[in-house]
Design a protein around this ligand. Structure first.
Ligand code: ARG
Ligand code: ZN
Length: 422
């Protein structure tokens, strides 16, 4: 009897060790708010010298006293990083301790699981799945959807834009939405799919969707950075940039949202290939940004509304990000963003900040929104979707529908305003 008891205890201990729930074997996200300049400097060091990934702010140069930092710390550097923080009396909070489970949850394909209640649009999809979805969407809706090849990525993957169009009115206006400029912002890709699905199913049923599609063609680029997206599925979930190889460095990738010709590579971007905000060798040096710029240049007479979808932090931003100067139609843009934020608050009780990019977050030159604005697309926005840091880039699939629906209402609010004004 006694030996049997000991046997059970040992067995359970063994199980505990295997699952590792009581040891720190997982990657973690830490929240740290530096209180002094010294702590700021140490944090900058940690985020550059150690194998960590800065989630917020986007680059170490923006770490400031009293500003919350979100840091992804892989299991193998967890002890070193925490020791270092402790040595300098920097307190931290573990924001997420179960990163590995969250990543697993995001990549699980439960379409074969009959118990799963979530639909296709409430899951994240691999690049291959998205290419299949583009094909199928076009085949199933031949009267409304056309896929247009606008170029290819650095690694030669196709860049497809879906054109939604319900009639051929003369002088028809258009809007543009791109998703996934930044690879790790998966809710962005999910939003583009959501938007297409919603438009196709509610045309002639929902009044707003009907008015929008009757008056505007919609161009949607669901994956602007396919190489980076693929890389987040296979190799590094935290990858942001594209995957182009630099001539001058071993570091890979250009920040596509610093690669456009809008005060290119001034303060807020970096000419150092190893940073997350590397601007590239010259404006539009990257095939992805060039394909988008070329397409918009050739459609600038019809496109009145430009929108780029990012995450996270819940913000509705408009030009300028590349200068502190006000845009010429600042008042209009502010009013539209404010109305959109109010709609989100009213329908979903959630808070989004709004304002010009440079004043609301930071100077960030070379962005697609500023470039499109200067091209003449006067209603130009960047949305930062959910959340505000609870899950960050690892937003669980169960939150996709809320995140997309609130963004959708903001898009509709602004699109209707654009139709009114133009
Ligand atoms: N988080 C985005 C980025 O850093 C903000 C984009 C705002 N617009 C801009 N042109 N920077 O790229
Ligand atoms: Zn982004």
């Amino acid at each position: 009897m006694k030996t049997l008891f000991i046997f059970f205890v040992l067995m359970n201990l063994d199980q505990l060790l295997k699952t590792g729930r009581c040891t720190e074997t997982q990657d973690q996200i830490l929240s740290i708010t530096p209180k002094t300049q010294e702590q700021v400097d140490i944090l900058k060091n940690v985020s550059t010298q150690y194998e960590t990934a800065l989630w917020q702010p986007v680059s170490p140069q923006y770490i400031k006293e009293e500003n919350e930092v979100h840091l992804f710390v892989p299991a193998n550097s967890s002890e070193t990083v925490k020791d270092l923080l402790q040595k300098h009396a920097i307190t931290h909070r573990v924001l997420l301790a179960n990163t590995n489970e969250l990543i697993e949850m995001q990549t699980r394909n439960d379409s074969t699981d009959p118990r799963s209640s979530s639909t296709f649009y409430e899951r994240y999809h691999s690049l291959e799945d998205i290419y299949h979805w583009i094909n199928r969407t076009q085949q199933d809706n031949p009267n409304m959807v056309k896929a247009i090849l606008i170029g290819s990525s650095y690694e030669k993957r196709p860049l497809y834009v879906l054109k939604l169009s319900v009639n051929n009115r003369p002088n028809k206006k258009a809007m543009w939405i791109d998703c996934g400029i930044h690879a790790r912002e998966w809710i962005s890709h999910a939003f583009c799919l959501w938007f297409v699905q919603n438009s196709l199913s509610f045309y002639k049923l929902n009044q707003d969707i009907t008015r929008i599609l009757d008056n505007m063609d919609v161009y949607i680029l669901p994956v602007m950075n396919p190489d980076g997206y693929q890389y987040t599925w296979t190799t590094n979930r935290m990858w942001r940039k594209n995957r182009s190889v630099s001539k001058s460095s071993n570091c890979i990738g250009v920040d596509l949202n610093r690669n456009f010709d809008a005060n290119w590579c001034t303060e807020g971007a970096s000419d150092e290939p190893c940073t997350e905000i590397y601007c590239g060798a010259f404006p539009e040096s990257e095939p992805e940004s060039q394909a988008v710029a070329n397409f918009l240049r050739s459609h600038k007479d019809s496109v009145q509304f430009y929108l780029s979808i990012h995450s996270y932090s819940q913000m509705l931003l408009f030009p300028y990000s590349c200068t502190l100067d006000e845009a010429e139609n600042h008042k209009d843009l502010l009013e539209m963003a404010q109305e959109a934020a109010q709609a989100i608050r009213r329908y979903y009780r959630n808070t989004y900040k709004y304002g010009s990019g440079a004043k609301t977050i930071y100077l960030a030159p070379g962005g697609s929104d500023d470039w499109a604005y200067n091209l003449g697309i006067k209603y130009s926005f960047t949305f930062e979707l959910q959340d505000r840091g609870r899950y960050g880039f690892l937003l669980p699939p169960s939150l996709i529908s809320r995140a997309c629906n609130e963004a959708l209402i903001a898009v509709k609010t602004i699109a209707l305003k654009v139709i009114e004004k133009t």
